[in-house]
Design a protein around this ligand. Structure first.
Ligand SMILES: *Cc1c(COP(=O)(O)O)cnc(C)c1O
Length: 716
């Protein structure tokens, strides 16, 4: 491509390890733990201080230390090995090249957020982490994919909890020169795209990040020519005010298509990860209308290449705008599509209790040939929810399928666990990840070795929590009781339950606190201690979510829990990695059926951490009676209160009679619980192949991308 990305980062490195700079600027290192380790071992304390940022690490390690590394045989051996696997990664024949060589034009993937690594805070939760994992897997599989999103100047907020348990949001200014992104230039100047609102033009420049083979283009409105207000448009994720949201979504969908065009791309498939990007469907129609087509013909011609993934089973969670707001920002646009105001609104009209609104998922559903939910159950829920769009008398079945989510295995599997799997499943086990029979080899892992790795990971989590608390305590303004509530008394040998996710009310973080007295009795039994570690952020505008955090925090502060109920501040991908790898049980208590899929439980399961979850989302498909536990039943309840009460009762019973009993049922000779180790293995065996992005991205490729790339308009 004739475009130049201006390298924001310049490194002065000893020649022998000169390629560390190249390694630091491709996020490939983020899912190859041995590569991240290469940066870390330059100075572990500094690596923590710079939040595991390889670019800052190289800038701040100091010449003396770098020179020393360049002469350290052991370091060089590791350096050479990593660089060799980096090079062979880009040379090796990929799944896509072998199986689908006909897929040559790229798949364009649009998402409001991407969770790639904690140093690049352009994600808020599961949706973004899923998108990040999707890109990593597309790179592994060699799919020609190009992604579009936002470069948020302040990223997502840092969470602080006051002594009273109230969440405070700290907004950070991110310095892009310390990140693996570079500004896209053309003729020496930033390449920009624009969109015309009725009263002004909005501009954006484009940053490029490299995710292995996959380029990710990130729009940034902080440019000359924009007002101060517009410059802030891409400062944060999910503004609460609707003006900013519709402007952002216009920029993502319409500006994103223009950015790809300006960069010279001609994608064969357009994949929308959630409705935020749905305006891209209109922009592609506009291109054809500008070339002389009528709206309906253009809609028909472009539909076949659009793929839409919905993630929202809660009607209220869907993105929708009042018509007057759409008019305020898009009044110029419908003319360009050859539509009247009414015709334009009709395309995305959703009639709800208080009138008609402009619905982004309706827009995406109507203008995409392929749509899907993210688990089997969510597929059913989505078909039910949107069936009115298709009730034309002929059919009442919404053509919405499902592709169950997965996680990127190498991104979430502990380094030590990978070493163990290489030993017993074969050096090349990862090439066979989605082959169920291959995973049967897990049975050959000696119990003692699996438990040894697990205990190592538990200790690592425990030390990590204590170091975090130490930093907070040292920084000041932290009450001693907060030190206890943050996990300083955690015992790495006690049964530990993890619960970490966004604090949205439907996730019912406090379900396990419904009967605190019973819980306290259960966790404080002699010789059978139980610990519960909570973490998660609430959206800054979500007061009920913040109240849930406060309820958990108040319980964590009670002395009667013995420091065993803990809330850890500032959940992010790094903390997530420690938790899913280092607890014994992963708990999830959503109000069924509001969890579209959930993915953190998959991350835990592949690390040998069984799930203890409501039968919702992915768990309905994964639970087999031997790989974890279910909470509650699949019944429908008359009220939320009835559902909560039934689920809580079942939760306590299972915890007491199944989980605690099995965990502490140890053989007095080797102190191993055979029952527990069987659960761990079964959990890995069932979840590794099926709930990986390997399986998921292959499904998207074969069921959606390939047919879309062959659809009529592409073939023409
Ligand atoms: C995986 C992950 C999530 C998603 O968790 P759910 O189980 O889907 O709620 C959210 N945040 C972070 C940081 C994650 O790593």
């Amino acid at each position: 491509m004739k475009f130049l990305s201006s390298p924001s980062q310049k490194f002065e490195l000893p020649e022998r390890i000169g390629r560390l700079g190249e390694l630091a600027t491709n996020l490939w290192w983020s899912w190859h733990p041995e590569a991240a380790y290469l940066f870390g071992r330059l100075d572990f304390d500094l690596f923590e201080q710079v939040n595991h940022n390889p670019i800052r690490m190289l800038k701040e390690a100091g010449r003396a230390r770098l020179n020393q590394a360049a002469q350290d045989d052991d370091y060089l051996r590791q350096y050479d090995a990593v660089m060799q696997s980096f090079d062979s990664y880009f040379k090796k024949e990929t799944w896509s090249a072998v199986n689908h060589a006909e897929l040559t034009r790229p798949v364009a993937y649009f998402s409001m957020e991407y969770g790639l690594h904690e140093t690049l805070p352009i994600y808020s939760g599961g949706l973004g982490v899923l998108a990040g994992d999707h890109l990593k897997e597309a790179s592994d599989l060699g799919l020609p994919l190009v992604a579009v999103g936002f470069m948020y100047a302040q990223g997502y907020f840092t969470q602080r909890i006051t002594e009273d348990g109230w969440q405070e949001a700290v907004n950070n200014i991110i310095s892009f020169e310390d990140l693996p992104v570079s500004l896209v230039l053309k003729d020496g100047k930033p390449l920009t795209v624009s969109f015309e609102f009725p009263d002004r033009k909005l501009y954006a420049q484009i940053w490029e990040a490299r995710v292995g083979r996959v380029p990710l283009y990130l729009l940034d409105s902080n440019v000359e020519g924009n007002s101060d207000y517009d410059r802030l448009l891409t400062a944060r994720l999910y503004w609460s005010d609707l003006d900013r949201r519709i402007m952002q979504e216009s920029l993502l969908g319409i500006g994103g298509v223009r950015a790809l065009r300006a960069l010279g791309y001609d994608p064969a498939v357009w994949h929308m990860n959630e409705g935020h990007a749905a305006f891209l469907t209109l922009e592609r129609i506009r291109e054809q209308v500008a070339a002389g087509a009528a709206f309906n013909a253009a809609a028909q011609a472009t539909r076949g290449q659009n793929v839409f993934t919905t993630h929202t089973p809660v009607p209220a969670g869907n993105d929708e705008f009042p018509f007057w707001l759409v008019e305020k920002y898009l009044a110029n646009y419908w003319g360009e599509l050859g539509l009247s105001r009414e015709e334009f609104m009709d395309v995305a009209k959703h009639s709800i209790a208080y009138g008609d609104v402009y619905s982004m998922p309706v827009l995406a559903l109507k203008l995409s040939a392929a749509s899907n939910g993210v688990s089997q159950l969510h597929g059913e829920v989505a078909r039910e929810m949107w069936k009115f769009l298709w009730s034309d008398g002929k059919s009442n079945v919404a053509p919405i399928q499902h592709v169950t989510n997965g996680v990127h295995t190498r991104n979430w599997l502990a380094r030590r666990m990978n070493v163990l799997l290489e030993k017993y499943l074969g050096e090349d086990w990862y090439d066979h990840l989605d082959e169920r029979e291959w995973m049967e080899r897990l049975d050959t892992i000696p119990e003692k070795e699996l438990w040894g790795v697990h205990l190592h990971l538990k200790r690592k989590l425990s030390f990590y929590l204590k170091e975090r608390v130490r930093d907070r305590w040292t920084a000041g303004g932290f009450h001693p009781v907060q030190v206890v509530a943050s996990g300083v008394l955690i015992n790495p040998y006690a049964l530990t339950i993890g619960f970490a996710r966004r604090f949205a009310t439907y996730k019912r973080a406090s379900l396990i606190l419904s009967d605190v007295e019973r819980l306290l009795e259960l966790i404080n039994r002699p010789n059978m201690p139980v610990q519960i570690i909570f973490a998660g952020k609430a959206h800054p505008a979500d007061d009920p979510g913040k109240k849930l955090i406060q309820q958990v925090y108040h319980t964590a502060k009670r002395a009667e829990n013995g420091g065993r109920i803990v809330f850890v501040e500032d959940y992010d991908m790094h903390l997530a990695r420690h938790l899913v790898q280092g607890v014994d049980v992963w708990m999830n208590t959503p109000r069924r059926p509001y969890e579209a899929s959930g993915t953190s439980g998959m991350k835990a399961a592949i690390n040998g951490v069984p799930n203890f979850s409501v039968m919702d989302g992915w768990w309905c498909e994964a639970y087999n009676g031997n790989n974890g536990w279910k909470i509650g039943s699949e019944a429908k309840y008359e009220s939320n209160e009835a559902q909560d009460a039934a689920d809580a009762l079942d939760l306590y019973d299972t915890l007491e009679h199944q989980i605690i009993a099995k965990y502490y049922n140890r053989d007095p000779k080797d102190l191993l619980s055979t029952e527990w180790l069987a659960l761990m293995k079964e959990s890995m065996k069932t979840v590794l192949p099926q709930f990986s992005t390997r399986r998921m991205v292959k499904e998207y490729a074969e069921r959606f991308y390939l047919p879309a790339s062959k659809s009529k308009n592409n073939a023409a």
